[in-house]
Design a protein around this ligand. Sequence first.
Ligand SMILES: Nc1ncnc2c1ncn2[C@@H]1O[C@H](COP(=O)(O)OS(=O)(=O)O)[C@@H](OP(=O)(O)O)[C@H]1O
Length: 288
Amino acid sequence: MARLEVTETFAGIALPGHLHTQESLRFASSFQFRDTDVLIATYPKSGTTWMQEILTLIHSKGDLEAAKTIPNWDRAPWLEHTYSKDLLQETSGPRLITTHLPCQVLAPALRKSKAKVIYMARNPKDVAVSFYHFHKMAKFLPDPGSFEDFLISFLDGTVQYGSWFDHVKGWLSQQAELELFYITYEDVHKELGRSVERLADWLGCPLQPEEIREIQQHCSFSSMRENAMVNYTLVPCEIMDHSQGRFMRKGTVGDWRDHFTPLQNMLFHKIYQKEMQDSSMRFRWFLD
Ligand SMILES: Nc1ncnc2c1ncn2[C@@H]1O[C@H](COP(=O)(O)OS(=O)(=O)O)[C@@H](OP(=O)(O)O)[C@H]1O
């Protein structure tokens, strides 16, 4: 199946041209956030779809109506995608918005409002594995070649969406400047109910125990894997080749162990330590 290989470059970062144009990226970087907006910011494959589902249900207090009938990309549109402009401008109430853009592109616009940001990060080794598999199915991304080649590009930051290290360091450096809640994929994986409760409290939408249980059940991997509103099976095969795998692939912590050679693991650690040496961020999962 042919690849839709057009690339847009913005702020020095390559992005899939199938989803982005210079106009859509300019729209995103000068977006007028409202105080009631909630922005989910992630590097790809860090649990974005999971967070979109959780936050939709926190907003609706566990009412499944929207989650069962509207795809995630319409409930929490990507700020930078070509289709989002009208959708976002037409929404009058509190908006749930998603982005993979780096902080330096959005921080100036965000600082003009009290919009809340939820930054979700994941062990970069698992991100690299998940991203590699996603490249195989997503026809708007380049052919990844071998895992070995892909891992080198991931560590170099030359993959689309740029460097994982810069993305995480950039967003987390803004914790004091923005209304930012930092959570990891591993936190949510370990304690889904507790994570839902913490997020709901931070958003000022406290939930009853039965509402939390309802959300927990709906947002389990097994439930989301079968849910067409989030598992991307609605996307046509020319854009996502479903014969190459599933978007909801494994949903586990530590899958990198089945993919990395000892040498790749050593190289990864070396580069991680160099890139993150000045960072005091909480990345306890990296040592797992
Ligand atoms: N409910 C739930 N539980 C556990 N894991 C989940 C869940 N929902 C999504 N996922 C996993 O998240 C990975 C996809 O990440 P993203 O949604 O950020 O991808 S994307 O950037 O929007 O393309 C991808 O990870 P991998 O399975 O490791 O590839 C998904 O399976």
